[in-house]
Design a protein around this ligand. Structure first.
Ligand code: ADP
Ligand code: MG
Length: 301
């Protein structure tokens, strides 16, 4: 097969591993810088151009679209879909997962466990917004945040009000969430590929920190999932329509609670913590599933 990894940097661990795993299985794998792709969207024979030439007909693309380039990145993926190229994650599903609020609304509609969450832009009754998710302590998040930035724990009602007021002053959209204390500064990252959890790790925040992000100094270790956790991760991936994703779960007294679903999960941490060939499993899934013109939405939406 001829596979393209859509990535801005061929030296990134995840990108390198996908190329390596593909080549090891006898495929031809190119790294294409998403942001350098351009296209004639009016042509009746859609194509993607790169560096002066049309790209060859790939059997599959693997989008690795960073949060900051979601808008352009998903239009490139959509163009591939219009050409009938198989994408492991479809453009609509990527866009859907990038919007934290939209994701939580979808997961909640499907009855998937999640922390009690409020959403606001400019509430007149901040105290009611906090009360509605069970009162302090609460976690307050900027809707656009990533890697733990913009995620704050407010221990008291007064602090919570002050933080929400500050965020309101920035004209930001905010999530106010029940604090899952019993998670103990840890969360579980489940890597789902093709409707199966292929690897899982526990991330533990350093002492004095509640955010377990590896970028914030969290440490990763191997973890055994309960059947309920496994089911929750699979359901979350299915609800989002993602064939490959990272589902982040908090262990709460009321069962597994999904925090977020990531459509371009990093492979370095999870491969190191589990010793599993996740990149290889992604390639295996693609070679089993990739067929031309299989995209459900054909680049619509
Ligand atoms: P980001 O997208 O920036 O990673 P998250 O929503 O994943 O933001 O939050 C970052 C970290 O903060 C999580 O990995 C988790 O460890 C912790 N955290 C987030 N929400 C809660 C919560 N409601 N209760 C307990 N811990 C939380
Ligand atoms: Mg996170």
């Amino acid at each position: 097969m001829r596979i393209a990894v859509l990535s801005r940097n061929k030296n990134l661990y995840s990108t390198r591993r996908l190329v390596e795993a593909g080549e090891l299985r006898g495929h031809q794998v190119d790294v294409i810088d998403t942001m350098h792709c351009y296209m004639d969207i009016t042509s009746n024979r859609p194509s993607v151009r790169y560096n002066g030439d049309p790209l060859p007909n790939y059997d599959a693309v693997i989008p690795r679209i960073g949060a900051s380039v979601t808008f352009y990145g998903t239009s490139v993926v959509r163009q591939f879909e219009m050409m009938g190229t198989y994408s492991i994650n479809e453009s609509v599903a990527i866009s859907r997962s990038r919007d934290k609020l939209r994701s939580l609304q979808l997961l909640s509609r499907k009855g998937i466990g999640m922390p009690r969450t409020g959403f606001a832009h400019h509430p007149d009754k901040i105290d009611d917004l906090i009360k509605n998710v069970g009162g302090a302590p609460v976690v307050i998040k900027l809707l656009e945040g990533t890697q733990g930035i913009g995620v704050v724990l407010a221990e008291t009602q007064k602090t919570a009000e002050a933080i929400i007021e500050a965020f309101m002053g920035l004209d930001a959209n905010i999530l106010v969430q029940e604090y899952i204390k019993e998670a103990g500064g840890a969360d579980i990252r489940c890597l789902v590929v093709g409707g199966k959890v292929v690897a899982a790790m526990k991330r533990q925040a350093p002492t004095g920190e509640f955010r377990s992000n590896l970028h914030r100094g969290g440490t990763a270790s191997l973890v055994r999932l309960s059947p309920e956790e496994r089911k929750t991760a699979i359901n979350a991936a299915k609800t989002m329509g993602l064939n490959m994703c990272g589902v982040d779960i908090l262990r709460s007294n009321n069962g597994p609670m999904v925090m977020e679903v990531n459509s371009s999960p990093g492979l370095e941490g999870i491969e190191a913590a589990t010793g599993k060939d996740v990149a290889g499993m992604i390639i295996d899934f693609i070679s089993k599933s990739a067929e031309p013109n299989k995209t459900k939405t054909k680049g619509k939406g």
